[in-house]
Design a protein around this ligand. Structure first.
Ligand SMILES: [Fe+2]
Length: 318
């Protein structure tokens, strides 16, 4: 098989999966990643799997004050050059064509490392995110709950990643907030010394490790990118601890960070794993996903619909 994702052998030997490194890829001309194909994908996804707002967001953006855009997701794709918008299509692995794309890309990495399968290489819980952004758009400073091969398909992007291993950018409480409430973080100039700055062109990309904060800017052209993500067993376990701690903290019980009390950690992981197994079949319904989000994360969890409601209101007023 052709290697769809490529990096120096030394990067995989010495950096993966703990430090970021540059990659190249063979997906820039894939017919599933043209604007026409993405328009079809937009039409096929449920509403809570499409998040969009103005591209004029700040690097240090308060999520409750995110500037919105008065366009539908379909209009954003059709008018991306001038829409002034940023949009992400989430969990595109729910579409079989995109599931195949993600799995083929990760399988090429697994095989290059001598593994015979995705599972043997630790690539489980694979999810894909397709980003479509207008020129001069910003993705605010944030962190994510998964490992990510980020690939640039169209246009140029500045992708800045920051070392938070010593927790001096985001402490454990802030990481818990990012994973369970909203991903955005405040950015301070003093972080720059810890930054890895990447100018990405089509055919290039970067490995973004679990919990490494980053922000992104597009340049003079519109941009299409894909985040090819997965969660190892260790990552899933740590995420479940953050979720358990947030649920208990929200109900008035102070919690220690993951790893401080391993006995309690094991109980919390078992509890969340059981809840996740019960909720898994329910998550197939958009309405039940909305209910589960508000039960676990609180009344502000369904922010996906905020932009859509305002958007619909704006259309009505026009
Ligand atoms: Fe991200």
């Amino acid at each position: 098989m052709t290697e769809l994702l490529r990096a120096e052998r030394s990067a995989f030997e010495t950096l993966f999966p703990n430090k970021p490194f540059r990659i190249t890829h063979g997906l820039e001309n894939d017919p599933r990643l043209t604007l026409d194909a993405i328009l079809d994908l937009v039409k096929s996804l449920p509403g809570d799997r499409i998040e969009y707002n103005s591209g004029k967001a700040a690097v240090s953006q308060d999520p409750d004050a995110t500037p919105l855009v008065d366009l539908s997701p379909e209009e954003i794709v059709k008018r991306v050059e001038t829409a002034g918008a940023w949009m992400v299509l989430k969990q595109v692995e729910t579409h079989p064509d995109y599931k195949a794309l993600l799995e083929d890309a990760l399988l090429s990495v697994a095989r290059a490392q001598g593994f015979s399968s995705l599972r043997a290489a630790g690539f489980s819980d694979i999810q894909g995110f397709v980003f479509v952004s207008s020129p001069n758009s910003t993705t605010p400073f944030h962190l994510d709950s998964e490992d990510n091969f980020f690939v640039q398909i169209h246009g140029d992007k500045q992708f800045n990643i920051y070392d938070n291993d010593d927790r001096s950018i985001a402490n454990e409480d802030q990481i818990e907030h990012c994973i369970t409430k909203h991903r955005n973080l405040k950015f301070e100039e003093r972080y720059e010394a810890k930054g890895m700055h990447n100018d990405l062109k089509p055919g290039e990309g970067v490995f973004v490790p679990y919990l490494w904060p980053h922000y992104i800017k597009t340049r003079e052209t519109y941009s299409i990118s894909v985040a090819i993500t997965w969660k190892t067993r260790a990552v899933r376990r740590r995420n479940r601890l953050y979720v358990a701690n947030a649920m208990l903290r929200d109900r008035g019980f102070a919690q220690k960070a993951p790893g401080v009390n391993p006995g309690w950690d094991a109980l919390k992981v078992a509890f969340i794993a059981t809840g996740a197994a019960i909720a898994a079949p329910l998550r197939k319904s958009e309405g039940l996903r909305k209910m589960i989000r508000s039960m676990v994360l609180g009344k502000n969890a369904n922010y996906y619909y905020r932009a859509q409601k305002k958007d619909a209101g704006a259309h009505k007023a026009a």
